[in-house]
Design a protein around this ligand. Structure first.
Ligand SMILES: Cc1cc2nc3c(=O)[nH]c(=O)nc-3n(C[C@H](O)[C@H](O)[C@H](O)COP(=O)(O)O)c2cc1C
Length: 181
């Protein structure tokens, strides 16, 4: 699938069919994550693939009731991926922690590859880290950065609005209107 089509069509999916995700497909999307760039190529990320319904329920207990992705994590998605990262296996510069960026880039590659395979995902960051850590026995030197449900979407969610390019892109100096619009 053309990369621009993937970028345009990807959505945060919160409703899933129960159809299983084939192992070969799962492997391809994890390989897409593996290819992401990272600080000194240290690849601080780790992915836990969860299919066990009991463990998914336990993971959902880390997600607040008001989080719209809670049902996808605990019930509907056939797979949940838990994104972990070791802060010591990345850099810090000017108070910026790059393990979040490294692991986020890998997760984004996974999400785009999943979409190209006809699968849905949803970045979930609003959860209790201690509970998610316990659910998957994540060691203390790793942070639990995010969760995503993974599965075939029940339907394609509608497009969420984005700011105009003129609002987010400047020419040469901060505030100079871009001529790209
Ligand atoms: C860092 C981050 C955290 C997010 N956390 C959650 C979350 O906890 N629950 C949820 O339902 N969606 C979450 N989302 C998904 C956003 O709500 C979604 O990306 C945004 O509304 C744009 O919609 P789209 O992804 O369909 O384009 C998160 C997205 C990001 C990037």
């Amino acid at each position: 699938m053309d990369i621009y089509k993937v970028l345009k069509e990807r959505r945060s999916v919160r409703k899933y069919k129960s159809d299983p995700v084939p192992d070969e497909t799962l492997k391809r999307i994890l390989e897409a994550a593996q290819l992401a760039p990272s600080w000194s190529n240290m690849q601080c990320w780790r992915f836990i693939v969860v299919r066990d319904p009991k463990r998914k329920e336990q993971l959902a207990e880390s997600v607040p009731d008001k989080n719209p992705a809670i049902k996808a994590i605990g019930q509907t998605a056939p797979v949940v991926i838990v994104l972990c990262a070791d802060p010591k296996a990345s850099g810090q510069q000017d108070n910026k922690d790059y393990y979040l960026l490294d692991s986020g880039l890998a997760m984004q590659q996974l999400m785009l590859a999943a979409h190209a395979e006809g699968l849905g995902t949803c970045w979930v960051a609003w959860f209790d880290e201690a509970k998610a850590r316990e659910a998957c026995a994540v060691p203390p030197d790793y942070r639990v950065v995010a969760l995503t449900p993974l599965g075939f979407p029940e339907k394609q969610p509608s497009e969420k609005p984005r700011k105009e390019l003129g609002e987010i892109v400047f020419t040469e100096e901060w505030g100079n209107q871009t001529k790209l619009d």
